[in-house]
Each structure stands twice: as structure tokens, then as C-alpha cells.
Design a protein around this ligand. Structure first.
Ligand SMILES: [Fe+2]
Length: 165
């Protein structure tokens, strides 16, 4: 019931929700690592979340913001955000190619990188996006949520495929 009454998430809510999920996976990783427990599955889960977040921001959010803003200040922030996505994806690729036991250094770098990205977006980019009157954040949010549902389903299918292979 409460679920039904909740207002739909706008585009920035969707992205901040991703950020919180990734941060909580990072905390879980830090806890497990400190206690000498297995971190492989939490690293995998964080990488999967980051890839979905990347696809939604790059394919839907950044282009919509760039079209609506049409100003250099925001374009520069978008360029920085895209660069930090690219380096996060590079780190994930390296990490996935490494042996499970050798993944920690890349994952620690990934945590630092993604935390910086989250802070930059939430303190600089998002407040400016919120002020763009020409941007319909509500419908953009629905579009992003729909894409997220598809990407999660694709990731689950791929994972099921890997397990049965
Ligand atoms: Fe992002």
C-alpha cells in the first residue's frame, strides 16, 4: 500500500538511489575485507550495479541534460562525469580479467574513483540539473527506471547463463 502511494522517482532520485546502493556495497566490502571474509560476490554485485548506472547515465541522462542545458558550464561537468565513467569501466574490466585473489587493488581504486564521482555529481552537477526548467525530470526518471528494469533482467539472464554453462 505504502509502495503505491509513493511518488514516482524523478531522474535525480533514480541516480541517487543507484549511488546509495553502490555505497552500501562498498561498506559491505570494507566490512568483509576487514574481517578476512570472502569479498568476491560483493565485488561482483558492485561492478554489476556500476555498469547499469553507467549505461543509464550515458545513454539517457547525460544526453537529455546536455540537450536541455546547451551551456558550456554543464557540458564541462558532463565531460568530467563521462571521463570518470570511462575510467571506472576500465578498472572493472581489469578487475574482471584478474584472478579473484588479485582483485583487491583494483577494487580499492574503483571505490575511491566512484566515491569521488558520486560527490561531484551530487554537489555540482545535480543541483544545476534540478534548475533546468526545460528538462522534465519526472518523465526522464520513468524512462530511466524502465531501462533499468531491462538491464537488470539482461544481467540476470547473463548470470544464469554463466552458471548453467
Ligand atoms: Fe554516474
Amino acid at each position: 500500500m505504502i509502495e503505491e502511494k509513493r511518488k514516482a522517482l524523478d531522474a535525480l532520485d533514480v541516480l541517487m538511489q543507484h549511488h546509495r546502493v553502490v555505497e552500501s556495497l562498498f561498506s559491505e566490502f570494507e566490512y568483509l575485507h576487514k574481517n578476512g571474509r570472502d569479498t568476491a560476490s560483493v565485488m561482483e554485485a558492485a561492478c554489476a550495479e556500476i555498469k547499469i548506472h553507467d549505461a543509464i547515465e550515458n545513454d539517457i541522462f547525460y544526453p537529455a541534460v546536455s540537450d536541455a542545458a546547451g551551456e558550456e558550464g554543464i557540458d564541462a561537468l558532463l565531460d568530467d562525469a563521462e571521463d570518470s565513467h570511462d575510467s571506472a569501466l576500465d578498472l572493472i574490466e581489469e578487475l574482471e580479467d584478474a584472478d579473484v585473489a588479485a582483485r583487491h587493488p583494483q577494487f580499492m581504486l574503483l571505490i575511491a574513483q566512484v566515491k569521488q564521482h558520486i560527490m561531484d555529481e551530487e554537489t555540482e552537477l545535480f543541483p544545476r540539473v534540478r534548475k533546468l526548467e526545460q528538462l522534465d525530470l519526472a518523465s526522464l526518471g520513468s524512462e530511466m527506471k524502465a531501462r533499468e528494469t531491462e538491464l537488470v533482467a539482461e544481467a540476470e539472464l547473463a548470470e544464469a547463463g554463466e552458471k548453467s554453462a
